[in-house]
Structure formats: C-alpha cells, structure tokens
Unconditional design. Sequence first.
Length: 228
Amino acid sequence: MRNIKAIIDADSMIYSASLSETLEGAKSNLDRAINSALNGLESEGCEISSYVVCSGSKGNFRKAIHKDYKANRTQDTPEFLSELHRYCKTEWHSYFRFGVETDDLVASIWSRSLEDKDEHPVIVAIDKDYLQFPATVYNYNKKTLVTNTEIEALRAFYTQMIVGDSADNIKTCKGKGKAFATKLFDDKGTEYEFMRATFEVYKELYKSKARERFITTYLLLKLKTDVV
C-alpha cells in the first residue's frame, strides 16, 4: 500500500507513557511508542508519505449530553500526564481541539483526507470506535491492519448502539449482547435497515422514551467528522 497518510491517535500512548517513574522516561517512552507504531505500519507493507499526530483535545461536548458519560473513570491522573501532552504538542506538533474528543479530530482528519487522491489515510489507534467508519485502521497493540467495508462499519456502529460501551459508561440495551446484535443485523444491507432494527429494540425496552434514548446514545457514540 503506497502513499499512506498515518493519522495517529496518541492519547492512549501518552497515558501509558505517563506511568513512567520519571518525566524524561515518560518522554522517551512516548517517542518510542509513536515511532514503533509507524514502524509497525510500514512492516505491513505500507509506504508512509506523511503523518499527523492528534492528542489532548478537551471540553468534550458529550458530557453535556449525559452526566454519566465516562463517569466511571475515577482513577487518579498520572503524575506526568499533563506535561506529556504538552511535550507531544511541542515535539510532535500534535493537533487538538476544544469541545470534542481526540477521536472526533482523528475521524475528521481521516474524512477530509479522503478528498486527497494522492494519499490513502490510515488511522493508527487502538480504539474500537474507529471501526464505525469504512476506514483502514492499524491497531498498534494487536499489530493488525484492517479495512472495513461500508456494511462492516454500519454493523460495528449499530452493534455499539445495542451493547453500549462499558469503557465510556454508555449503558444501552440491558441483556442484549453481541450475539443478539449479530443475529439482529445478519440480513441487513442498508443504514436504514440497521437503524430501524435498532430502534425496534429500543421501543421494546424503553417504550415512550425510546426516541429520546436512541438519539442520546447515537450522539454519544457517533464520532464527529466535521471539526477540521
């Protein structure tokens, strides 16, 4: 795969690196993590022509939509986290935005990059949320390079609408897991069909509040692609 534009979500790298015993060690670990991810992508046969690093976006609008969003994240902030975010901005010229998550920024850069026919955008990240797009994603932890089709992307997103996201404290259809979603979406081929099937489950569970719960969950889970 030639002329790759690597779009790196560095937030998880920064968090892991910040657990180091010293600030200098944290900086070294971050540099190593980013370089390792780029090298891993190249080992998959990709020729990287450019890359962009994203990290440290603040003021997530989703917390205004639902008070419990990410309320389960109560662990102490690592000592070097803030300094490492500043280091990433200075040394790696990382992009960030206010009012959204880094995921939204990465998704927006990916979407905008599709307009450039000279480069093929690849998202470099470990977050499963990017699978809601028909994108090529390199998971640097698993060392896997996956390209989603339109249908696979729809299935991934609407499966989240059913099962929720425990990492972000998004609780949706109690008792309905991935096996249920797999069967529900087995014969679906358009976004309308995925949406309709999902909404029917919400109607069964939430009755008169189905529309409200559906819209809220959609807004919490759907990554924005219009912040750049």
